[in-house]
Design a binder for this molecule. Structure first.
Ligand code: AOF
Ligand code: ZN
Length: 370
């Protein structure tokens, strides 16, 4: 097969089309999981705009098919510019390589290689069929727009964002347990909005019992509510728990050694995962959530669950809301023991962004590879 050409070979019109295709995947924001965000722009044989489309979610046509339909006969001899390598497989819908060939497209420009086992290989297939293929155009920007999906498919577990609110000395509550409020309204609203962009929200058993959280969308945040996942290794959740109100799907995670929790009715599904001496096996939990189509998880607490994810190398991003106050060593830590005894073992982060929200700081970090 002929090689895929480098991004330098893309024309000005194709660069413009790729920026537009990437924008199609972002505006308006919506959840497509377990599928990726994909946008496609078709240019005619003279390099003029002929049609565009984006993917609306699992079971819906792929972006290429939408864009080809919009372009109609003008696709023949033209170029398809797409944010993800066209698929070569028959999944819920047919292979886009075939749809592109059938439409008579003579050139395909894509941004990011498809990382899935099932669908990859489209670029080689198209090139072998005599279509000119350019890969890697605006790769970084396209990666950013599909970060959750690409990362999760590559790691075969969901992208995990750990969010916490704490004092500048890393405390999430005072010695007496009081924690209202550490951060001010603006930070709390911002934190809340993170729920709308993740597939699932996860809390541990301690938080479930202590806070009885609802985990839904409030504060005027619009969107599809995320799956509420609560850890309840011993199966002790109370039927009156607020996560069981039926307003959004809920999954109760139990140890495969414990019995099924009773009295949940239709309000929640259950997922049994293996446990270790430290509690539920979080790597196994992550894999199982991925298998159920969850591509991103917002980890909301508590300190022990965060420690498990952090120590297990299962955190992909940290969003810390830090209040300018001290609670001192008697306060409760935002994260419990992560097995670090020396500086050499510290869980180091790279700062991606720092912002002030009202009186508080918002620091976004990514773990350094260990
Ligand atoms: C999409 N939308 O626009 C493109 C995708 O189950 P299926 O048939 O929808 O196939 C999903 C896979 O197809 C997906 O994981 C990705 O590898 C590939 N391309 N998927 O959902 C699209 N172009
Ligand atoms: Zn496809």
């Amino acid at each position: 097969a002929r090689a895929v050409r480098p991004p330098e070979e893309a024309t000005e019109a194709e660069r413009w089309a790729m920026r537009r295709a990437i924008r199609l995947t972002a505006d308006p924001p919506r959840r497509t999981s377990p599928n990726p965000y994909v946008g496609c722009v078709v240019l005619d044989a003279d390099g003029r705009f002929a049609g565009e489309g984006h993917h609306r979610g699992a079971g819906h046509p792929h972006a290429e098919v939408e864009a080809l339909a919009a372009a109609g006969g003008r696709a023949a001899g033209g170029t398809a510019v797409v944010t993800l390598e066209p698929c070569a497989h028959r999944g819920r819908t047919g292979p886009c390589t075939e749809a592109l060939s059938a439409a008579g497209v003579s050139r395909v420009v894509f941004a990011v290689e498809d990382p899935t086992r099932d669908a990859s290989g489209g670029a080689e297939r198209l090139a072998a069929g005599g279509v000119e293929v350019v890969g890697g155009l605006h790769r970084e920007e396209a990666e950013r727009h599909n970060e959750f999906w690409l990362t999760s498919v590559r790691r075969e577990r969901p992208f995990v964002t750990w969010k916490f609110a704490g004092t500048i000395d890393g405390r999430s509550a005072a010695a007496d347990g009081s924690s209202r409020w550490i951060t001010a309204a603006q930070a709390r609203r911002d934190a809340h909005a993170l729920r709308a962009v993740h597939d699932a929200v996860l809390v541990g058993g301690g938080t479930l019992r202590a806070d009885n959280p609802h985990l839904g969308l409030r504060h005027g945040v619009v969107g599809e509510p995320p799956l509420r996942v609560v850890l309840d290794s011993a199966g002790r959740i109370k039927p009156g728990a607020r996560v069981l109100d039926g307003s959004a799907p809920t999954l109760v995670v139990v140890s495969d050694r414990a019995g099924e929790p009773r009295g949940l009715g239709a309000a929640a599904g259950t997922l049994a995962v293996p446990s270790t001496e430290d509690g539920l096996d979080l790597a196994a939990l992550s894999e199982r959530l991925f298998a159920r189509g969850v591509r991103s998880v917002l980890l909301e607490g508590g300190a022990r669950l965060a420690a498990g994810f952090l120590a297990g190398g299962l955190v992909d991003r940290v969003v810390a809301y830090l209040a300018p106050m001290f609670l001192g060593g008697a306060g409760l830590p935002v994260v419990t023991d992560i097995g670090v005894a020396s500086m050499a073992e510290a869980a180091r982060m790279r700062v991606e962004e720092v912002r002030q929200l009202g009186p508080d700081l918002r620091v976004v970090m990514q773990p350094e590879p260990r």
